[in-house]
Design a protein around this ligand. Structure first.
Ligand SMILES: *Cc1c(COP(=O)(O)O)cnc(C)c1O
Length: 375
């Protein structure tokens, strides 16, 4: 465990991002996506704060294990949890958990749907159904709509609790991209078929961050934001003009300088003896791939205040080298704090572009070795 390399998470920033989200989604209910440990921010504290202080009551996980963890750790709070992909509904012990712990699986295939419809113990269980409208990952097939509707009717049900689909290309223009247009049209068809068959749709959703940022899908009852709640925009950088999102990164990644020394052009540093690009100074920071500071971060710009540096040489398991050229040396000494990212979305997004890794993965890569501190 590190002491001075820390992922500091501001629950206040989460709250201000949520207020900004509410300004876009004035009339929508929220399913806050907290899969993968709340995108690396710590699922338990994030959900606790969201329930207690933000009044969010619905959360989306990827696996039943994540959902169960929330139920166990937050037994004192009232909220709904949906399991989106790794549902395991066919396992007997999982059936018990769904029934007894108030966890709802999102049904994405005919087998899972039929399982729920054919087992009497699920008679009063909410139906949360996902259709594949063109993403071709998970979801009931469009060609099976009538069959699905017939099965639901035969079971005696008159409504579905939540009908949803997921977009493949919401990081691209929602209103002009062909795939997005098609998926919205297809989702309308799915909903219409249910209504025509006399099945009530209690709730529906289509939009994740990329679509929400573009103000799309807001006529559904719900939206399902993930990444934007943690700060970053989900749009590809070239489409940033289309985004309404003005969130801030809710965390800072802080480390410190273990060592700092002058270097000359061509001087080898670290494993692989990578030559320095010019005269300057190298700071050794206490983050390496053992912390989730990936070897792919080689070459990324990192600044100290306004002074721009970059990661040189191979990233080590426990350390990384940050190089500053001689014409712009930072005032950094051994023991000083060094900030990899802060609340600035521009700085964070520049980092992600430099390393060609999406914000999602940068957050999630941080390992347990880097303590999470909540402020
Ligand atoms: C992860 C996920 C979301 C949230 O996506 P973001 O791009 O992080 O906003 C929404 N819906 C589903 C089905 C998801 O799997």
């Amino acid at each position: 465990m590190r002491f001075r390399s820390r992922h500091i998470i501001s629950l206040e920033k989460l709250e201000s991002n949520f207020s900004k989200l509410k300004k876009i989604c004035v009339n929508n209910k929220i399913i806050f996506m907290v899969k993968a440990d709340a995108y690396g921010h710590g699922i338990v504290p994030i959900v606790r704060h969201s329930v207690e202080k933000l009044g969010i009551t619905e959360f989306g996980c990827a696996s039943l294990g994540e959902a169960l963890l929330l139920r166990e750790e937050l037994y004192d709070l009232e909220f709904e949890i949906y399991v989106f992909s790794d549902v395991q509904i066919e396992l007997r012990e999982c059936v018990e958990i769904y029934l007894n712990r108030r966890i709802v699986p999102v049904l994405s295939n005919k087998e899972d749907l039929d399982f729920i419809l054919s087992h009497r113990e699920f008679d009063n269980f909410p139906l949360f159904i996902k259709f594949n409208t063109g993403m071709n990952r998970l979801g009931l097939d469009m060609s099976s709509i009538n069959e699905v509707i017939q099965s639901i009717k035969r079971s005696g049900r008159k409504s579905v609790y939540h009908l949803m689909t997921h977009l493949s290309s919401s990081s691209m223009p929602i209103r002009t991209n062909k795939r997005n247009i098609l998926q919205f049209e297809n989702f309308d068809k799915v909903k219409q078929s249910f209504l025509d068959a006399g099945i009530e749709i209690e709730a529906s959703s289509i939009s994740n961050s990329g679509a929400i940022e573009q103000g799309a899908g807001l006529s559904e009852t719900h939206v399902r934001p993930g990444i934007m709640m943690y700060g970053p925009s989900s749009l590809l950088p070239q489409y940033s003009d289309l985004s309404l999102w003005e969130g801030e990164i809710i965390s800072r990644l802080e480390t410190y300088v273990i060592s700092i020394f002058d270097v000359t052009k061509g001087q080898p540093v670290g494993y692989g003896a990578t030559p320095c690009p010019s005269n300057g100074r190298v700071a050794i920071i206490a983050l390496g791939y053992g912390d989730g500071f990936s070897t792919r971060y080689l070459g990324a710009s990192l600044s100290h205040g306004t002074i721009l540096g970059k990661v040189v040489g191979r990233v080590n398991m426990d350390m990384a080298q940050v190089f500053f050229a001689e014409n712009s040396l930072p005032s950094l000494n051994v023991g000083d704090t060094f900030t990899v990212w802060d609340h600035s979305t521009d700085r964070f997004s520049k980092f992600c572009q430099d390393v060609k890794i999406i914000p999602y993965e940068v957050f999630i890569s941080l390992t347990k070795r880097v303590p999470k501190i909540y402020s």
